[in-house]
Write a protein that binds this ligand. Structure first.
Ligand code: FUB
Ligand code: ZN
Length: 682
C-alpha cells in the first residue's frame, strides 16, 4: 500500500508544495492509524464483524433497492428521473464505500472489493467532465431536484447539499485510498475538489456551505496530497459563516436568524453549540482541523468555547446531542427533556469526530472521556444487535403509547432519509484509529480495547498489547513488547468516572461519593504515578514483556443532573464504568416509568452471557408504583429493578424504557393515559 508520502511523489505534487505546507503545523498529537491497530476485543470485535458481515452488505443492498445506485446510472446516461427523495441520497453510497474500505483493510474480501470497484466505476461515470458530481442535477439538468436550484450552487447556502455530497465523497475517497492503495475513488474526489476550489474562494463565489462536511473532507484531501488549495478552501468555507446579510438576527426562529446553519455570526465570535447538531459538530470538527493546521488562534478559542458549552449545557447523560426534534438541533442551555429527546445517531458520530480532534489539539483526557461516553451509550444504541436495524433518534424515555408518537420506540432497517445507518457503517470499522494517540515519546491510551498496536517510538518499533474485559471489568493489562530497551511515556487515561467526575463539567455528578481508588502496578509492583490532564503518566525505560496493570473501580453509581435540567430534578441515572443503564419493560413486569431509586439503593452487578449478546445487568430491590384500576387504588410495592445497558434497549420488542429514575414519588400522572391502555374507561 503506498504511503501518503509516496503518493505525493506519484502525483508529482511534491514540487508544488509551498515551504509552509512542507513544514506545516499540525495537531501536536497524532492518532495511531487504524491500519496499525489490531483488535482482539470481546466487546468490539463481534460488533465490528457484524458491521462487516451484515451492516455494510445490507447498506449496499438497500442503496441498490432504493434506487440510490440507479441515480448514478441515470446520471451517467443523462436520462431518466431522479429516483429517490433527497438530493443528498448519493452520500449513502459514499458513506458505505467509506465503511467498506476501512473494513477491507481489516478483513480483505475479494468479492466485496470487486463490488466496490464496479460501484466506483458507476460513480466515475456519473461525474461531469469538469468534476461536478451531483446526480440530483446531472440526470436532468433542466429539471433538477427542487432543493437543488436552477443553477449549480445557487441553493448551496440552504438545502441543495451539493458541497455536503462532495464532503462525503472526499472522506470516502481518502479511506478507500488508505485502505486499498487504489486511486479510483480518490481521482474522482480530486477532480471534484479542484472544481470546488476553482469556483469558491476569495474573489470568486462565496458561500457558507448549507450542510458542513466539505471542510473536513477538504482537509483530508490536503493531508493526502499536500495541495494548499484544499486547506485554504476549507478555511474559506469556515470563515464564510456569519457573512450573509439576509437573516433577521433577532428572530427567535432558528431558520430565520441563521443559527440552524451556524451562520448567525462569524465562527470566531461563536461561543455556543447551536443549530442542526450534525451540521454543527461537523463544523466544529473542521474548525479544530483548520486551527491545528494553520495555527489560527481565534478559531481555536472559538472551538474551545463551543466545546465547553456543549459539554456543560447541551449533552445528555448518554452522550446524545441535539435535543430538539424541530430542526434536529441543539436546544437552549440545559434544555435536555427526556420525553422528546431527539439525539440523532449522526450527531453522535459527529461528536466522536469532534472529540477525537479536540484530544489531538489539547492532549486532555476529558475529550476521550466524552468520546467514550458517546461510543458506549448514545452512539451504540443507534444500531440493533442484529446489525441491520437502526435508530435515527435515540430516546431517553418511552412511556406507554402516548410517547410512541414523539420518539422512536423501535429500530428500523432503513429510512427515507437514511443518513444514520450509513454513518454507523463508516464509524465502526474506523474505531481502531481512536484507541491511541502519539506525540513523540508520549503514547496515549484513550480507549480500553483489547488487541495490539504497532508503534514507532524514536525510530524503534514498539508493540503495545491490551488485554481486558472492558467495559464490564475495570482490570486493564498492557504488555510492552519490543526488541530493545526504549524510554517512552505511557499515558493511560484514567477515566473521569473513576475520578469522581461523571462528565468533565458540572452538568452531571455522582450523587454519592466513593472511596474506591485507581491502582497501577508495573510488573506486579504498585507504582506511584502523576496524573496529568487526566492521564496517568508512566515514564520509564521499558523492557520487553513489561506489564502494566491498571485497576479501575467498577462500581454502580447513581448520577444526578445539574438542577437547571428541569426534567431530571429529583431523579438519578445509573452508571457502571462508562456504561449508562436503563430500565426496560421486558425485565420489569411490563413497565419502566413507575420505578423509583431512593438514596442508598444497593445494586448487584451480574454478567449475563445469555442476555442481549452478553451484558452486565444491574439488579436492586426498589419501590415501584402500582395502580390497581379495578379498586381505584395506588400503592408502592418493593420489586426487583433490573437495569440493562442503555445501548441494548429495544432489542426485544416495544415497550417502556427510562434512563432517569425519580428518587421519591412526588406525583402520579393521571392525565396522559391513553384510552387504548385503559379499556375499562372506554
Ligand atoms: O441533511 C443531511 C442529513 O439528513 C443530516 O445530517 C441529517 O440530520 C438529516 O437531516
Ligand atoms: Zn442521521
Amino acid at each position: 500500500m503506498p504511503t501518503p508520502t509516496s503518493f505525493l511523489l506519484v502525483l508529482g505534487l511534491a514540487a508544488s508544495l509551498s515551504a509552509t505546507a512542507q513544514q506545516r503545523a499540525d495537531y501536536p498529537i497524532q492518532a495511531v492509524p487504524f491500519t496499525k491497530v489490531t483488535l482482539a476485543d470481546d466487546f468490539w470485535q463481534p460488533r465490528l464483524k457484524t458491521n462487516t458481515d451484515v451492516t455494510i452488505p445490507a447498506s449496499f443492498q438497500r442503496c441498490e433497492a432504493t434506487n440510490r445506485v440507479k441515480n448514478f446510472e441515470m446520471a451517467a446516461a443523462k436520462s431518466g428521473k431522479f429516483a429517490t427523495v433527497f438530493p443528498f441520497d448519493d452520500t449513502d453510497i459514499y458513506k458505505t464505500l467509506e465503511g467498506a474500505s476501512y473494513s477491507l483493510s481489516l478483513h480483505p474480501d475479494k468479492n466485496q472489493e470487486a463490488y466496490m470497484d464496479a460501484l466506483i466505476a458507476k460513480v466515475a461515470a456519473a461525474q461531469e467532465p469538469d468534476g461536478y458530481l451531483y446526480t440530483a442535477r446531472t440526470i436532468d439538468p433542466a429539471h433538477p431536484h427542487p432543493w437543488a436550484g436552477p443553477e449549480r450552487w445557487v441553493n448551496e447556502r440552504e438545502m441543495s447539499h451539493e458541497l455536503y455530497n462532495s464532503g462525503h465523497l472526499y472522506e470516502a475517497a481518502v479511506a478507500h485510498y488508505q485502505a486499498t492503495g487504489k486511486k479510483t475513488l480518490l481521482n474522482i474526489a480530486l477532480k471534484n475538489a479542484d472544481l470546488v476550489c476553482s469556483v469558491f474562494g476569495p474573489g470568486k463565489r462565496t458561500v457558507a456551505p448549507g450542510h458542513e462536511i466539505v471542510e473536513m473532507g477538504l482537509v483530508k484531501l490536503y493531508r493526502v496530497t499536500g495541495k494548499p488549495e484544499y486547506l485554504s478552501t476549507a478555511k474559506f468555507f469556515i470563515e464564510a459563516r456569519g457573512q450573509y446579510k439576509g437573516y433577521d438576527p433577532k428572530s427567535p426562529d432558528p431558520f430565520r436568524n441563521g443559527s440552524y446553519w451556524q451562520d448567525h455570526k462569524p465562527v470566531a465570535a461563536q461561543t455556543e453549540a447551536v443549530g442542526h447538531a450534525v451540521r454543527a459538530e461537523y463544523l466544529y470538527s473542521a474548525m479544530a482541523d483548520v486551527a491545528a493546521l494553520t495555527g489560527d488562534k481565534q478559531l481555536l478559542t472559538a472551538v474551545d468555547s463551543i466545546w465547553n458549552n456543549m459539554a456543560s449545557r447541551k449533552i445528555y447523560v448518554t452522550g446524545g446531542t441535539g435535543a430538539v426534534p424541530g430542526g434536529e438541533r441543539f436546544g437552549r442551555n440545559y434544555e435536555l427533556p427526556n420525553a422528546t429527546a431527539y439525539n440523532e445517531t449522526c450527531a453522535s458520530v459527529a461528536n466522536i469526530y469532534w472529540n477525537q480532534r479536540m484530544f489531538q489539539l489539547h492532549g486532555h483526557a476529558k475529550y476521550a472521556d466524552l468520546m467514550e461516553k458517546v461510543l458506549y451509550n448514545g452512539l451504540l444504541s443507534g444500531v440493533g444487535l442484529d446489525g441491520k436495524s437502526f435508530f435515527y433518534s435515540n430516546a431517553m424515555q418511552i412511556k406507554n403509547s402516548a410517547s410512541f408518537a414523539q420518539t422512536e420506540p423501535a429500530r428500523a432497517g432503513w429510512f427515507e432519509c437514511s443518513c444514520c445507518p450509513t454513518n454507523l457503517a463508516r464509524l465502526f470499522p474506523a474505531l481502531p484509529g481512536y484507541v491511541y494517540g502519539q506525540n513523540g515519546k508520549d503514547i496515549y491510551v484513550n480507549l480500553f480495547v483489547s488487541g495490539s498496536a504497532d508503534l514507532t517510538v524514536q525510530k524503534k518499533p514498539v508493540r503495545l498489547t491490551q488485554a481486558n474485559n472492558y467495559p464490564w471489568n475495570g482490570d486493564l493489562k498492557f504488555t510492552i513488547d519490543q526488541a530493545a530497551t526504549s524510554d517512552f511515556n505511557l499515558l493511560v487515561r484514567i477515566p473521569g468516572w473513576a475520578r469522581e467526575e461523571a462528565i468533565p463539567s458540572d452538568l452531571y455528578r455522582f450523587a454519592q461519593p466513593s472511596a474506591a481508588k485507581v491502582t497501577i502496578k508495573v510488573n506486579g509492583k504498585p507504582v506511584q504515578y502523576t496524573l496529568k490532564n487526566g492521564y496517568a503518566v508512566l515514564a520509564r525505560k521499558w523492557r520487553k514483556n513489561d506489564v502494566v496493570e491498571v485497576s479501575l473501580p467498577m462500581e454502580t453509581r447513581t448520577v444526578a443532573a445539574h438542577p437547571n435540567v428541569q426534567d431530571n430534578v429529583g431523579k438519578v441515572a445509573l452508571q457502571r464504568g462508562p456504561v449508562i443503564y436503563c430500565a426496560e419493560w421486558k425485565d420489569n413486569n411490563g413497565k419502566a416509568t413507575n420505578i423509583t431509586v431512593p438514596n442508598g439503593t444497593i445494586f448487584t452487578a451480574t454478567f449475563r452471557p445469555d442476555v442481549l449478546n452478553g451484558i452486565t445487568a444491574l439488579t436492586a430491590t426498589v419501590p415501584v408504583v402500582q395502580v390497581d384500576a379495578a379498586t381505584n387504588t395506588i400503592s408502592t410495592v418493593r420489586q426487583t429493578l433490573t437495569a440493562i445497558p442503555y445501548y441494548a434497549w429495544a432489542n426485544r420488542g416495544k415497550g417502556e424504557m427510562t434512563v432517569w429514575f425519580p428518587q421519591r414519588v412526588l406525583d402520579v400522572d393521571l392525565v396522559t393515559r391513553q384510552a387504548a391502555e385503559a379499556p375499562h374507561l372506554k
